[in-house]
Structure formats: C-alpha cells, structure tokens
Design a protein. Structure first.
Length: 237
C-alpha cells in the first residue's frame, strides 16, 4: 500500500518504501513551485531533426500514448491554461514542442512535449515519421536529462509503453514513469496500480525507481512532480 498525504492547494504527496527520503520536503516543494513560476512560453516546434533548436540547457521531455494527458500535465506544471495545446483527438501533437521560461537562464530548464505514440488519428506514414523522430531525438539529444513517461492510471502499462521503455533502456536515457488521471481511481485501486507499475520497472536499467501519480484535473501530485524535477536539476549541478 502507498500512503497519501494531503498538501495545500489540492496536491498530494506519495511516499514509497523505494524512496529513502520518504517523499519531498517542504523546501523541495517550494523550490519546485519557484522553478515553474516563470513566464513559460512556446519556443519552437520541430517536425524533423534539422528543425530542432540548439542544445543550450537542460531539457526534460514528456512522452506517452496519444491522449494520455501530456499537454494537460504540462499546463498544470506551469500554471498555464493553454501553454500546451490539448485535444480530445489522439495524435494532435505532431511535432516536438519546446517551452522555456522567462527565468530559464537561472533555472536551466526546457520542457519538451513529444508526439504521442500508439494510436493516432493520422495516416500510418505520418505516424511512422513521428516515431522515427522520437527515436532519433532520444538517441541523440545530449542535453536531455530525463524523459517522464506518462501512463494512464486507469489502464496501466500497455505494450506501446513497454516499447518506449525498451528504447529508453537501450539508449541509456534516464526516465521516470508518471501516472496521469489518477483521480479516476479509488485510493486502493491506485495503490495497486502503483505497485503493479513499480514491479514492471524493477529490472529496467534506465528506470528511475519512484513512480509518481498525478491528476491535471485536481492538481494531485503536481507539486511532487515539480519537486522531483527540481531534485533532478540539483543533482545534475
């Protein structure tokens, strides 16, 4: 079982036996809030490697099946309602979308919204092109610190998720799994899902061992994800 501790603002903190710190401190939560408090803006959209912006600072990317809620979670992290476009149509994000903040020189962070994998309402040739772009980006981006692989809490890990994790393992790119739409599950169901996902990650060499659960709808877990990203940047300095 995974205990949940309420936080101010509707967020929740998850502690885990796999997390020696027992969760994030109030100082880390506040540092994460400050990290994402800037004026986040669209920087670039790249549909091919030749269109990628220069590698200038630390990047984190968000990957997941089509319609898993990547754009909604990015909006929740940055406190913006429409920074990343959301759509009910799977496959709407067709490029690598880069976002930067007004204080990026201090924070040293760029967010990357990746095209959704799995089902997409687009021709197979287009989906194949997106897939190649994702693979090439993951293998060749030296400034990429971590990929946050979003998994729908209602469905758990699916074959397409396992495929992207295998790619990340082979490319030796650090990744962390984040459950989305966790508000759709009762507490006991969510605890079981977290245990199930952690078990599937146990032998994957590039997987970060902590699984976070979030909801862009309620704000649950968003503060912890910000804190996790702050901790990552701190460890890289």
């Amino acid at each position: 079982m995974v205990p949940w501790t309420p936080r101010k603002g509707g967020a929740c903190a998850m502690t885990s036996a796999a997390d020696p710190s027992g969760g994030f401190s109030d100082a880390e939560i506040e540092a994460g809030r400050r990290l994402f408090a800037g004026d986040w803006q669209f920087v670039a959209a790249a549909g091919a490697l030749t269109a990628l912006p220069p590698m200038a600072t630390t990047e984190i990317a968000f990957a997941g099946r089509s319609n898993v809620g990547k754009s909604s979670l990015i909006n929740a992290l940055t406190g913006r309602h429409s920074l990343a476009r959301t759509s009910a149509t799977p496959g709407r994000t067709q490029e690598l979308i880069f976002f930067d903040s007004g204080h990026s020189a201090a924070s040293g962070l760029v967010l990357v919204d990746m095209p959704g994998y799995g089902y997409a309402a687009a021709p197979k040739s287009k989906v194949s092109a997106w897939t190649r772009l994702i693979h090439e980006f993951l293998r060749g981006r030296a400034t990429l610190a971590r990929v946050y692989v979003l998994v729908d809490a209602r469905r758990g890990m699916m074959p397409a998720d396992a495929d992207i994790l295998t790619l990340l393992d082979k490319a030796a790119v650090s990744y962390q799994v984040v459950l989305t739409k966790s508000d759709a599950l009762a507490a006991a169901e969510l605890a079981e899902r977290l245990t199930e996902v952690r078990a599937k990650l146990a032998r994957r060499p590039a997987a970060y061992p902590i699984v976070l659960a979030t909801s862009a709808e309620t704000g649950a877990g968003v503060a912890d994800l910000r804190a996790a990203i702050h901790r990552l940047l701190k460890e890289r300095r």
